[in-house]
Write a protein that binds this ligand. Structure first.
Ligand SMILES: Cc1cc2nc3c(=O)[nH]c(=O)nc-3n(C[C@H](O)[C@H](O)[C@H](O)COP(=O)(O)OP(=O)(O)OC[C@H]3O[C@@H](n4cnc5c(N)ncnc54)[C@H](O)[C@@H]3O)c2cc1C
Length: 356
């Protein structure tokens, strides 16, 4: 391009109305894709840049491997509970569309101890059919138990579904690994909003280098069974769950959290231990020794962050960077609430730019 034309191009780019400047999202996991869908529905143009895209299966692409159950998190702030509540509302609607991979299931949650004031019990305000179970309905080694209806998302269906939705709404995916956010600023000079939904990527992006981020390995067992309509969740010191995946005719048995472990190899001792614990929790669903042909293994690296996830908007000159990463073991339960919150942050930036 001649210098004269280049100058003309720069001038045109500078004069581009705010709402026509593509919003650039780094990361195509559940957080990046849910956010892209929300922004596209709100009428913004969106480009999603990521190394791994919906349908891919790298172990560091956490969204391909999640359980993924909606479970009310304990010990979180009221505004974070609201993010989960919004997610629940959106997933409940999606559960009417089988292609989305979202299903409504029963849940039985057994508590090792008396619930603390900030425990997961707040979930009763969001879930249907919540009730305290009577003593004869749960094993006597637990203090109390709740039953309710919850939502499970089958990521093998949901991520491709969401990817398709983003494309159909007019969004664009660009497969590219970047070393920094600056690389995106250079690639999209006309853009004013950049959303960092890179999960674990934020540990190594050279202009983010968030040292609170760390990989947390998960390994679960997928057990093929038609008894797949109830979630069992052990609430306490022991971390055991049975998450149904009705559309895939099975249940996911977990779990483990292994900090700073990136091994892609199946650890059979972990798998055996998970089966044993799941059998103790749900003997009617999980046999003590399931047949080998009914068992397969799932390995994924959670994008965890000390102190919890990051969700904020910062001004960098005439650009705005919104950070939404570090969701560890809860990215699905927060996903559509995060997308909604980011959508509001984007509208706040829009307001600052159009009311001058
Ligand atoms: C075994 C297991 C069980 C789980 N169970 C549950 C559950 O029951 N409920 C629940 O809510 N959550 C669960 N999770 C957690 C959930 O999977 C994660 O919190 C969620 O997937 C994180 O999504 P994300 O979009 O932030 O990150 P990711 O899915 O990891 O996506 C990150 C994206 O950023 C891209 N990226 C990163 N760095 C770069 C770069 N430098 N250049 C280009 N692209 C980059 C990647 O390619 C990818 O597209 C589970 C996770 C595991 C592993």
């Amino acid at each position: 391009m001649s210098p004269l034309l280049m100058e003309q191009y720069d001038n045109d780019a500078m004069q581009m109305p705010f709402a026509q400047r593509p919003i650039v999202i780094l990361g195509a996991g559940i957080i990046g894709c849910a956010t892209a869908r929300q922004l596209l529905q709100n009428g913004f143009p969106v480009v999603v840049v990521a190394e791994y895209l919906p349908g891919d299966q790298d172990i560091t692409y956490a969204s391909a491997w999640a359980g993924a159950a909606w479970h009310a998190a304990g010990g979180i702030k009221p505004e974070q509970r609201y993010l989960q509540a919004v997610t629940h509302r959106v997933l409940l609607k999606m559960a009417q569309i089988p292609e989305s991979g979202v299903s409504i299931v029963k849940a039985r949650e057994y508590l090792e101890q008396k619930p603390a004031p900030d425990s997961a019990i707040w979930g009763r305000t969001v879930t249907a059919k919540f009730r305290e179970m009577s003593r004869d309905e749960f094993p006597d080694n637990f203090y109390c138990a709740w039953s309710y209806e919850t939502l499970v998302t089958d990521p093998t269906r949901h991520m491709p579904y969401l990817g398709k939705q983003v494309t159909e709404l007019g969004g664009t995916f660009v497969r590219q690994r970047v070393q920094s956010l600056q690389e995106l600023y250079d690639k999209f000079p006309e853009s004013r909003i950049f959303i960092n939904a890179s999960g674990l990527g934020s540990l190594t992006l050279t202009d983010v280098l968030d040292d609170r981020c760390f990989p947390e390995r998960g390994q679960t067992v997928f057990l093929r069974t038609d008894k797949c309509n109830t979630m069992y969740f052990r609430n306490g010191q022991e971390y055991t769950y049975v998450i149904p995946r009705p559309l895939s005719h099975g249940v996911v048995l977990g779990g483990v959290k292994q900090q700073d472990n990136l091994s892609p190899e199946v650890d059979l001792d972990i798998a055996r231990d998970e089966i044993t614990r799941a059998h103790r929790l749900a003997p009617d669903v999980v046999p003590e020794q399931p047949a080998d042909e009914d068992v397969s293994h799932i390995i994924g690296i959670r994008p965890s962050r000390r102190g919890g996830f990051r969700l904020d908007s910062e001004k960098h000159g005439d650009r705005n960077v919104i950070s939404a990463y570090g969701f560890g073991g809860g990215g699905y339960a927060f996903s559509y609430g995060i997308a909604d919150a980011v959508g509001k942050m984007v509208e706040n930036v829009e307001r600052e730019n159009v009311i001058v």
